[in-house]
Design a protein around this ligand. Structure first.
Ligand code: SF4
Length: 387
């Protein structure tokens, strides 16, 4: 089993020697992304940025009354047909904002979103409905996402009608409603159709929310923490359902979560965000078992995982939480945004933004100066280390 710390810190506690780190190209595309992979890309974000303007108290020296929250900066992400892509990070890392940008709920500050290779223009009205037919968002809270005064029948019928899939007759509508509920394994459908949301369990409500999204017959599902509000005992069932739908309907699914352990089991690819920036990505097995970025290593070390046993004596290591707090996104740190918390921060990390460095495993990359192959021995900057 991989020892998370050993990737950057050898046994004597010093920084890893330079030649122990894989270092290759600096292009932004994952290595191994050939023509076949490109063809499978349904939805992509290219160098996407979102800054929110917020009011400041008073004026600054330049007379400005607002300032920008740098929620998302320079995010590039590809969602492929028939694959689950996890976007992982702490609260406030910007991962839900990425989902909302992909769903066109917020306009971009800069960058581009492409659907099947074609740039997506900011859409409202009919164009927005057409986009929603292809790209559906599932919200975190099934209790809030279904209006409590309406039945399951109403919610699903409305979705089918909005997207022109309700059929011409009452019988066709009933068949479509039954098919939707069967797809999310709520059977027999007649048991659920006339229930109100408060008469359903949390897991059943989330299944209805998923059925409503499927009412549009989408190609892409953006699932924003779809199980975080559910009891632990029913989370696996909902994740398995999404996995099954991905296979049966050939969907591209974005799975947003703060739980990197669930990404390992559920997602084909995993990408990690920190303070509005992507810091690592690759196939889930590689990212979770051989994490390269110090932030990913700390996330994994702090996640409960029954498979993780390190140490020669086979003892479970003490859980390790990322130390310190994420930075303010109103005035994020220069250079690598993780440097105030990073125990391996070097001088250059304070001023220079690390690009993506492709690593040895195809498709695996990390935005960290440890992997540029030119840095001197990684002497930790003591005063920059997390406290
Ligand atoms: Fe740490 Fe520097 Fe890598 Fe950032 S770039 S994670 S501060 S070593």
């Amino acid at each position: 089993m991989h020892d998370e710390k050993s990737a950057v810190t050898p046994e004597d506690g010093s920084a890893a020697p330079r030649d122990a780190r894989p270092a290759v190209r600096q292009d932004a595309r994952p290595a191994g992304a050939g023509e076949e992979d490109r063809a499978a890309v349904l939805l992509e974000a290219r160098d996407v940025t979102k800054h929110f303007r917020v009011r400041r108290t008073g004026r600054d020296v330049l007379g400005r009354t607002t300032r920008a929250v740098h929620a998302v900066d320079g995010v590039t992400l590809e969602l492929r047909r028939g694959r689950v892509t996890a976007l992982v990070g702490e609260s406030g890392s910007g991962k839900s904002t990425v989902a909302r940008l992909l769903a066109q709920l917020y306009p971009l500050t800069s960058g581009e979103i492409r659907l099947e290779g074609k740039p997506v223009k900011a859409a409202r009205g009919r164009r927005f409905r057409a986009y929603c037919r292809r790209v559906q968002l599932i919200f975190q809270d099934p209790f809030a996402s279904l209006n409590p005064v309406h039945t399951v029948r109403y919610h699903l019928t409305r979705a089918l009608k909005i997207h022109g899939r309700a059929g011409a007759t009452k019988q066709e509508l009933n068949e479509a409603l039954t098919a939707l509920l069967e797809r999310v394994q709520l059977t027999p459908a007649t048991r659920y159709l006339d229930k109100f949301p408060h008469e359903l369990s949390g897991g059943q409500r989330q299944r209805v929310a998923i059925a409503r999204a499927l009412g549009a017959d989408p190609s892409v599902l953006l699932a924003d923490e779809p199980v975080s509000m559910l009891d632990v005992s029913i989370r696996l069932g909902v994740l398995n359902l999404l996995h099954d739908l991905k296979d049966r309907l050939d969907l591209a699914i974005l799975y947003i979560t703060h739980d990197i352990a669930s990404a390992r089991y559920f997602a084909d690819e995993t990408h990690v965000m920190y303070a509005g920036r992507m810091v690592e990505g690759g196939d889930s097995e590689t990212v979770t078992q051989s994490p390269a970025h110090p932030y990913t290593q700390l996330l994994i070390a702090s996640a409960p995982d029954p498979d993780r046993i390190t140490g020669e004596d086979g003892e479970e290591p003490a859980d390790e939480e990322p130390t310190g707090e994420p930075p303010s996104l109103i005035s994020p740190p220069d250079g690598c945004r993780f440097h105030p918390r990073c125990p391996l921060a070097m001088e250059r990390c304070r001023t220079e933004l690390p690009p993506r460095f492709d690593l040895e495993t195809p498709g695996h990359w990390a935005a960290c100066w440890l992997y540029d192959g030119t840095a001197g021995p990684a002497e930790p900057v003591k005063e920059a280390a997390a406290t």
